[in-house]
Design a protein around this ligand. Structure first.
Ligand code: 13P
Length: 351
């Protein structure tokens, strides 16, 4: 293991004013996104869409790394250039989602555990050879009725995240450790306080397991959810409240040595995710939080771009401009320098 190299990658992923583009939707998820814009999901349409994103040179200026799905890391652009090369040429790092999705957790009705550890040690060197310098594994924790999540669910997912992270570091790949506490679950009692409690419980176990597995914190990136009331709870919280709760829970449970924190958007609105990240950075600065805090957004970066694209080559420029806008706004939010008025400045809306 070359720790200096690993550390350099981890720090580049969370460089000031930059964040990660999560473009690793599974075939099922990307089909849903394409269905919504009336585009058939084929190898070629998925390739065209992602090629459009990675060639968005303005947008890519604020993107430190791109998380790819297995299919994409092997794909070539229309002109035969490997997509990985396009990402590198844009000054960004290719990354790879390595989990194989979720399965029901035995004995825990309604709960899931992430799978994919069995052959991971064999798969990682192939991804490294193909250009991946970081990886992602997502564990899902749902806040539900009757006290859910269960201890079993938190423990099983935390353990899998730690096994994955240790395997990545041995393979010279920086792990993104993603324990997602869902914010779009069905439960009506999913308040800000309940979200805080579940984040606290989850992060405590995740870092205990990471430590037991000898994962080096300096060479990993944490990808958490924000502490937010459930979208179906009927409750709302302001950006300041969300930022206060999120920074508090992170400062309590995340070691200062962790290279950086890159949030998922988890179903927040595009501008809402930007505003919350900005406020988190302001609170973090006041409290002297030790890590950079940035974005690793999927939906909150891509939604306007996919809406503008609609599968038509004629819309590529407009779609790339839409990605640039979100990448720039989130780049500013990662510095605590965003304000909603900036959304309207025409100079920022160019491709
Ligand atoms: P969202 O930002 O859409 O939540 O996606 C990020 C991600 O990578 C989830 O695993």
């Amino acid at each position: 293991m070359n720790l200096a190299e690993l550390n350099k990658v981890a720090e580049a992923m969370v460089a000031p004013g930059k964040g990660i583009l999560a473009a690793d939707e599974s075939s099922g998820t990307i089909k849903k996104r394409f269905d919504a814009i009336g585009v058939e999901s084929t190898d070629e349409s998925r390739r065209d869409y992602r090629e459009m994103l990675f060639r968005a040179s303005e947008g890519m200026k604020n993107i430190s790394g791109v998380i790819l799905y297995d299919e994409t890391i092997w794909q070539k652009a229309k002109d035969g250039t490997p997509l990985v090369e396009i990402i590198k040429k844009a000054g960004s790092l290719p990354g790879i989602k390595v989990d194989e999705g979720t399965k029901p957790l035995p004995g825990c009705p309604g709960e899931l555990v992430t799978i994919g550890l069995d052959k991971l040690a064999d798969r990682l060197p192939k991804y490294y050879e193909q250009g991946a310098r970081f990886a992602k594994w997502r564990g899902v924790i749902d806040i539900g009725p009757h006290g859910l999540p269960s201890y079993t669910c938190i423990k099983a997912n935390a353990h899998a995240l730690a096994r994955y992270a240790a395997l990545c570091q041995v393979a010279q790949i920086v792990p993104i450790v993603e324990p997602e506490v869902l914010m779009d679950g069905e439960h009506s009692k999913h308040s800000l306080v309940r979200s805080f409690e579940v984040h606290e419980w989850t992060l405590k176990h995740v870092f205990e397991e990471l430590s037991n597995a000898d994962v080096r914190f300096e060479e990993m990136v944490l990808k958490p959810s924000m502490v937010i009331p459930g979208q179906k709870s009927g409750q709302k919280a302001g950006a300041r409240e969300i930022a206060d709760a999120t920074v508090t829970v992170l400062m309590r449970w995340v070691p200062a040595a962790v290279a950086g924190i890159a949030f998922l958007s988890g179903g927040q609105g595009n501008e809402e995710a930007t505003l919350n990240l900005n406020e988190i950075n302001r609170v973090a600065r006041e409290r002297k939080a030790p890590w950079p805090l940035t974005f690793s957004y999927g939906r909150a970066l891509q939604q306007p771009a996919i809406g503008a694209w609609r599968g038509d080559d004629a819309n590529v420029k407009a779609a790339q401009a839409a990605l640039a806008q979100r990448a720039k706004m989130n780049g500013l939010a990662a510095l605590g320098e965003y304000s909603p008025e900036l959304e309207k400045q025409p100079a920022l809306v160019r491709a």
